[in-house]
Design a protein around this ligand. Structure first.
Ligand code: GLA
Ligand code: ZN
Length: 666
């Protein structure tokens, strides 16, 4: 689906306006004015595509697809499975999800189908086949969008049976399952597969291996459902390309697994801009971390499938993007590897839950309204940035982010049940690297580490043996690793590792974990530079968890920081260990941001990583790189200097870099 330029457009719901042909007509004119070249159609159209069982109506959709195409606007065509018509839920109760407490839902909302229901699959197949036959091979349709924001879980009898089958395939025998779950604990040895039930508030919630497997199973079910729909369409349109729209910090699906099934990754980006507790730069970094995660899933450009041109209506307080922030956030997506800027939604609906959600065209229908004007400006900028389309990014640093680890870490009970702040931990490392202009990928434990200079393993509680070995090999060959507290604790079944930990990494780190202490939210422990440290780090404060490490007797790590209080005063809080041709850093706790800035300034240099921008940038100005392009963004409300030029408030400059030097593209 390479079209040689950046896509600009968004979710379009003409099915809500079929009684207003004048509005549909006006939409085309307004889209052209806004430099729109793509729309996503059909996401929630099922009740119009099939108003009665087996009675299909696709002409209205074909008319719209072709009218848009005649005006230079492509279609991303969605399958309608995310929201079913009322008749379907009424006639076939099994399609309605059952909650963890075993109550079956009434007809309601969306994204709540049972992914195991044969009837649901049959009905989805029937409508998807119609769409595929009608639009397969149509040059207007450049991409298929399967369902919408898949997630949640179903605990119905069909899903319980599937779960047991899934466990049988994973373990082969109850004996193996009992061992993996340490089911002997509280006398839980299972003697019949039928005894196993998904976790429930009134049922099992203490067998943490079971809970972890349930998460794996649910993720697999969603991916199975995606594959089912994709293959229905692919069976009719072999050349079709597929995406699914993914989400911010999403928990329910292992996106590394799902991404293998997608042709293009896409995601829906709704930052809470202008929160009182956060600067625009902090919100931008939080968003950049997600863009980088989604780029990394396939190591290829992704699509920004949804964003709001103005504000949402579901955040605690839905603030308007201040003038210039729509452009800043649109171009940030491109800077980090997106080949599109798309919105939810083109035109605001008149009623129901999202009537006040931001849209390019509001209820007043005016082209001089600010969201429309700013969207048109973004569209014009994207046309100038056409050379960015399809370009990759350099491989520099990788942060390990793994769904099974996140599930196990958060599902466990241990030194701090008040929350480990896993995403906050990732952000501590990410923000320092991103501020230093280092390109960051997020890798899983199946990913290759080839080409990276620096690999960070934050709270890698569930550390696989093979990955530990690869991390050691990476450092031995000259790489730099950073490993934090609460790493290498359990195996894939959440069974504690026996012997010294961090499991598989004690030789790499030159130390072992002797103890770990939990801190209350408000507690801090002072840390000071260690005497004779080979790298000067600033004094800092430890929070959340304090690991107490014992240095190896032979070939020990070199302490960089030591705790300055509590019973573990004098123990290393940070250390470095030369290993093979590389080095491994160890962080025993979570520290203040300046500690990470100092650490990564040194580590990035040692790893030979050059910053995106050759000159230091003022606070609040961020740089990012795509092959041949340098993006510099001013995330502050005041003008800022960068590379000898003045960027206005929230302004972005883009340079094309070539043998002859830098040329300003935007
Ligand atoms: C999600 C959905 C859209 C819409 C937006 C609102 O991203 O995919 O249908 O509900 O949220 O922000
Ligand atoms: Zn179910």
């Amino acid at each position: 689906m390479q079209i040689g330029r950046l896509l600009h457009g968004g979710d379009y719901n003409p099915e809500q306006w079929l009684d207003r042909p004048d509005i549909l007509e006006q939409d085309v004119a307004l889209m052209k004015q806004a430099h729109v070249n793509v729309v996503t159609l059909g996401v929630f159209s099922w009740s119009v595509l099939e108003p009665q069982e087996g009675d299909y109506h696709l002409d209205w959709l074909a008319d719209i697809v072709h009218r848009l195409y005649a005006n230079g606007i492509y279609t991303i065509l969605a399958t309608p499975s995310a929201a079913r018509p009322a008749w379907l839920a009424q006639k076939y109760p099994e399609v309605r999800r059952v909650r963890a407490d075993r109550t079956r839902e009434l007809y309601r909302r969306r994204q709540n189908y049972c992914y195991s229901s044969p009837i649901y699959r049959e009905k989805v197949r029937a409508v998807d086949e119609r769409l595929a036959r009608r639009f397969g091979g149509d040059p207007a349709v450049i991409l298929w969008h399967i369902s919408n924001e898949m997630g949640g879980d179903c605990h119905c009898p069909l899903c319980q049976a599937e779960f047991r089958r899934w466990l049988q395939a994973r373990y082969g025998s109850l004996e193996a399952l009992n061992k993996a779950w340490n089911a002997r604990f509280w006398s839980h040895d299972y003697t019949d597969w039928e005894q196993i039930e998904s976790p429930a508030p009134q049922g099992e919630d203490a067998v943490q291996g079971l809970a972890l497997d349930w998460k794996r199973f649910v993720s697999d079910r969603h991916i199975d459902f995606f594959k089912f729909e994709r293959d229905v369409v692919r069976g009719i349109v072999p050349e079709a390309k597929f995406t699914a729209n993914l989400m911010y910090r999403f928990h329910d699906i292992d996106y590394h697994d799902l991404a293998r099934e997608l042709d293009v990754v896409s995601w829906d980006n709704y930052p809470t801009w202008h929160k009182p507790a956060e600067t625009v730069e902090q919100t931008a970094l939080d968003t950049a971390m997600m863009h980088d995660l989604f780029y990394s899933l396939k190591g290829r450009p992704f699509l920004l499938m949804e964003s709001s041109p103005s504000f949402t209506n579901w955040q605690p307080v839905s603030k308007q993007k201040k003038p210039g922030v729509a452009m800043l956030s649109a171009l940030q997506a491109v800077a980090h590897g997106s080949d599109s800027v798309c919105y939810f939604q083109w035109r605001a609906s008149r009623g129901a839950e999202e009537k006040f959600h931001g849209a390019v065209v509001g209820h007043d229908g005016r082209a001089d309204a600010r969201p429309f004007r700013e969207t048109a400006q973004v569209g014009a900028a994207l046309e100038r940035l056409a050379p960015a389309a399809g370009t990759g990014r350099p491989r520099q640093a990788a942060i390990v982010h793994d769904w099974p680890n996140m599930w196990a870490l958060e599902g466990s009970s241990g030194p701090r049940n008040a929350g480990l702040g896993y995403w906050h931990e990732l952000a501590c490392h990410y923000n320092a690297l991103a501020r230093a202009g280092v390109t960051v990928d997020f890798v899983g434990q199946d990913s290759s580490l080839d080409g990276y200079g620096l690999v960070v393993a934050p709270m890698l509680y569930l550390l696989r043996e093979d990955f530990a070995a690869r991390l050691c090999g990476f450092v031995r060959a000259g790489g730099t690793a950073v490993v934090t507290c609460w790493t290498g604790v359990v195996d894939e079944s959440d069974l504690c590792r026996l012997g010294d930990t961090p499991y598989g990494l004690t030789g790499l780190l030159g130390l072992r974990r002797a103890e770990i202490d939990g801190l209350y939210d408000e507690e801090r422990r002072r840390c000071t530079p260690a005497a004779g440290a080979p790298l000067a780090l600033p004094a800092t404060q430890a929070s959340v968890l304090c690991e107490v490490a014992a240095l190896a007797e032979e070939d020990p790590a070199l302490p960089l920081l030591t705790y300055a209080e509590d019973y573990f005063a004098g123990c290393p809080a940070a250390a470095v260990h030369p290993y093979g041709a590389g080095r491994a850093y160890y962080l025993a706790s979570r520290f203040t941001p300046d500690l990470y800035d100092a650490l990564y300034a040194a580590a990035a240099g040692q790893a030979g990583l050059t910053p995106a921008c050759p000159q230091p940038l003022p606070r609040g100005v961020l740089a990012a790189r795509r092959d041949g392009l340098l993006f510099v963004q001013n995330c502050t409300a005041a003008p800022a200097e960068a590379l000898g030029e003045t960027l206005p408030a929230y302004g972005t400059a883009v340079w094309r870099e070539g043998a002859e030097g830098r040329e300003r593209l935007l």
